[in-house]
Design a protein around this ligand. Sequence first.
Ligand SMILES: Nc1ncnc2c1ncn2[C@@H]1O[C@H](COP(=O)(O)OP(=O)(O)OP(=O)(O)O)[C@@H](O)[C@H]1O
Length: 296
Amino acid sequence: MDVVLETDQLGKRYRNKWALQDCTLQLPAGRIAALVGPNGAGKSTLLHLAVGLLRPDAGAVRIFGEAPYGNTAVLSEIGFVAQDTPLYPDFTAAELLTLGAKLNRRWDGALARNRLAELGIPPRKPVGQLSGGQRAQVALAIALAKRPRLLLLDEPVASLDPLARREFLQSLMGSVADAGTTVLLSSHLLADLERVCDYLIVLHAAQARLIGAVEDLVAEHRQLIGPRHGGEPIPGVAAVVRASHTDRQSTLLVRTDGAVVDPNWTVREVSLEDVILSYLAEGDAGASHAEWEVPA
Ligand SMILES: Nc1ncnc2c1ncn2[C@@H]1O[C@H](COP(=O)(O)OP(=O)(O)OP(=O)(O)O)[C@@H](O)[C@H]1O
């Protein structure tokens, strides 16, 4: 398996608080991966470490086997669209493409111009005067024109309406499928991610909680409904991820390691969204309650 992005006990600290801690994960080549987690989980921090904007305080991050911080050879292989697609607002899209051509040795200007022409983006208007969706498309066109082997996108569709979101993701998928680009895309919009991603990384409270191919993760999780469960082992269940109980009944989201054949349990398939939400719900809110001096 070719690995494009790899972290090994990676950590980044702001003052005395870890924004990312002990984070170990791998992203195989050719995947379109979703990076998911609640606000403050460490998603932007991970992306910024991967594109060399931040330097690790612990552990390591490697892109194509090399540390990205200060490594221009590696950085030339990466396209990055940061949160809120920051672009120089007084520059027109055409001027930004000229700039891109000067700064990147493998620049494909025709690709960017074609994309923006097809989308009807005006070339001579300052990008500060474009809509959020149009700006996002300009930023994506610039990132794609670099012909990156790895494309990292930090909440690229957050400001877009549902139709613009769908068009953005479709055009992204079309472009990367042909080029075989590996993509890591952070978003809170789980339904969108389920449509376009085939790999998942869930971060929670600065740590990686769940990593794997979407198909495998969905296949190995199940919902079980049955008599109230007191924690005793259930054959076929490797771990209970989340449990809710009434007086007489329990509903469990479990990770299986075989078939659950106990007739006491009704076994149901789950969606990717069910799996993600279960892993996010098992997080611990205790620390922030202590900091706010209120009971958890
Ligand atoms: N420049 C900074 N200085 C201090 N703390 C920071 C800084 N950037 C991020 N943090 C903290 O690091 C943690 C992780 O932040 P990060 O932006 O990586 O989360 P995120 O998962 O991208 O969140 P969101 O979904 O809200 O964008 C948070 O607790 C945040 O407050």
